[in-house]
Design a protein around this ligand. Structure first.
Ligand code: F6P
Length: 526
């Protein structure tokens, strides 16, 4: 029986019909202690979901749906290493990467190699072909082999190691790598080629360009070994590229690309912030894993986020969700979460191969506050759509300057309050707004939001935060009965790009393609 056919789902649907017309103003008026009733504190974090359009009955019914979907059973399957990524016949074990003493021996061995490598770069023991210290590290990767370390390196800029700069190249557009190479010194630059499969066109093209650039300066093949390391699950292809086995940091096919920050893919981050800080990131994520596994449902942060998302999407009709970190350091978090959520759950076929009969992953987007306030928040307030928002606020600033942090936090709280409660026609009138202008000044409110308060942005809390969203994604996958760990939807475009490359390069026959593609080839090829 599909989840939507179960009595628990149907009870929730009936309840949703009763909740739809209720305004957050009414919900707050009905329960003066609403903040306490709809918030969770755990390990320094505070999740306030009192501005979501739920009441106690909603939560009771949502938890019944979670039980009917057997989230606990799926959690156990994941922990037991079952092949829950059934379309790729793989287990899903990214939690093992950050399990500390409980981590598998193969994980510990790679972590130890990473630590030694980081320490040798930081101490200056590792040198380039001319005997100079490494001053710049370039991570070449894309998707999960880029977004995690890139976002975390920026997020943890306050913890940056001195005397080393870490850069990220992803796009196959030469405009990404060319300006960077133009300002780097080949004698002091280390490249990390990060690719789970080591078949990704963008990464291999950029790596080839970097290789040519290095060889042009060094004039000797042996410099490749001194300046290139690879991170991959595919040791044959890394060797074929010319990277010696000693320079390869391995991970395993049971780590999904978008869940791989915790693996050797985190090497660029570890070089940026130092090994001890990287270890704290793993510890924070591990602590969140333990919470997810052990905390009761009513107090479980990832499960709560997932159930609120399910409620907003499948019962209140939201089709998009905004991620609004009030932290410039977390500016790349929306992009990171876009891959995590949309590549995992942007699917319409369930685990039985049947079409899904309900909406799955929303379109996720967002931007650091306060910048977004001066562009798209207009639509959040008065655009007429339901767009659930996740606000993130840090109690302590990572770059404290007089007057800045309090202004940032005031804006964060102002926005969630304005979105929730709006401004009624009566209030507009009472403020003396001229009648002709009054309709434009009405804010309907009732826009649901959650605010996550973190004590500060540190490696540990960032680990907590990312693992929180990873487990949210897992729970939603179970609720929608989809495999969150494959990504077949990216394959067709890759195949077509492979077919189109020679057509754009030459005069080959293009008639196999539609008239639009043929016309575009003709316009673009030289
Ligand atoms: O485009 C999809 C994808 O396979 C992602 O899932 C992955 O993170 C990215 O490409 C990069 O893949 P790889 O690490 O194998 O180069």
């Amino acid at each position: 029986m599909k989840l939507i056919e179960t009595p628990s789902w149907q009870a929730l649907a009936a309840h949703a019909a009763a909740m739809q017309p209720q305004h957050l103003r009414q919900l707050f008026a009905a329960d003066p202690d609403r903040f306490r009733h709809f918030s969770i504190r755990h390990d320094g974090l505070l999740l306030d979901f009192s501005k979501q359009r739920v009441n106690a009955e909603t939560l009771r019914l949502l938890h019944a749906v979670a039980q009917a979907a057997d989230i606990d059973g799926w959690k156990q399957k994941m922990l037991a290493g079952e092949t829950i990524n059934h379309t790729e016949k793989r287990a899903v074990r990214h939690m093992a990467l950050r399990a500390g003493e409980q981590a598998p021996a193969e994980v510990k061995a790679v972590l130890e190699r990473m630590q030694r490598f980081c320490e040798s770069v930081h101490s200056g023991q590792k040198r380039g072909f001319s005997g100079e210290r490494i001053t710049d590290v370039v991570n070449i990767g894309i998707g999960g082999s880029d977004l995690g370390p890139r976002m975390a390196t920026e997020a943890l800029a306050a913890h940056q190691q001195p005397n080393i700069a870490v850069h990220f190249i992803a796009n196959v557009d030469g405009a990404d790598i060319a300006p960077l190479l133009a300002r780097l010194n080949p004698r002091t630059t280390l490249f990390i080629v990060a690719s789970k499969t080591f078949t990704t066109q963008e990464t291999l093209t950029n790596a080839q360009t970097a290789r040519t650039w290095l060889l042009a300066a060094s004039g000797k093949e042996s410099s490749i070994a001194e300046h290139f390391v690879a991170i991959s699950t595919n040791l044959e292809l890394t060797q074929a590229f010319g990277i010696a086995p000693d320079n390869v940091f391995e991970f395993w096919n049971w780590v999904g690309g978008r869940f791989s920050l915790w693996s050797a893919i985190g090497l660029s981050l570890a070089l940026a912030i130092g090994w001890q800080q990287f270890a704290k990131l793993l510890a924070g994520a591990h602590a969140m894993d333990q919470h997810f596994i052990n905390a009761p449902a009513s107090n479980n942060l990832p499960l709560t986020l997932a159930l609120l998302s399910l409620w907003n999407i499948d019962f209140l009709g939201a089709s998009t969700a905004a991620m609004l970190p009030y932290s410039q350091s977390l500016a790349l978090l929306p992009a990171y979460l876009q891959q995590l959520e949309m590549e995992s759950n942007g699917k319409q076929t369930d685990r039985d191969g049947d079409p899904l009969k309900l909406a799955s992953c929303p379109i996720l987007w967002g931007e650091a506050g306060t910048n977004g306030q001066h562009s798209f928040y207009q639509l959040l307030h008065q655009g007429g759509r339901i767009i659930p928002c996740d606000f993130i606020a840090l109690r302590e600033a990572d770059f404290p300057l007089p007057g800045h942090h309090v202004a940032l936090l005031a804006n964060c709280l102002a926005q969630s309050a304005a979105l929730a409660f709006g401004q009624t026609a009566d209030e507009v009138q009472a403020a003396g707004v001229p009648e002709a202008l009054a309709p434009y000044k009405v804010f309907p409110g009732n826009q649901p939001s959650t605010t996550l308060v973190m004590p500060a942005l540190t490696p540990y809390t960032l680990g907590q935060l990312l693992a929180l969203y990873e487990h949210k994604v897992f729970c939603l996958g179970v609720l929608w009965n989809i495999n969150s760990f494959d990504q077949w939807g990216v394959e067709l475009g890759k195949q077509l790009a492979t077919q189109l490359t020679p057509l754009l390069e030459g005069e080959a026959d293009t008639t196999a393609f539609d008239s639009s593609t043929q016309g575009l080839i003709a316009a673009l090829r030289h």
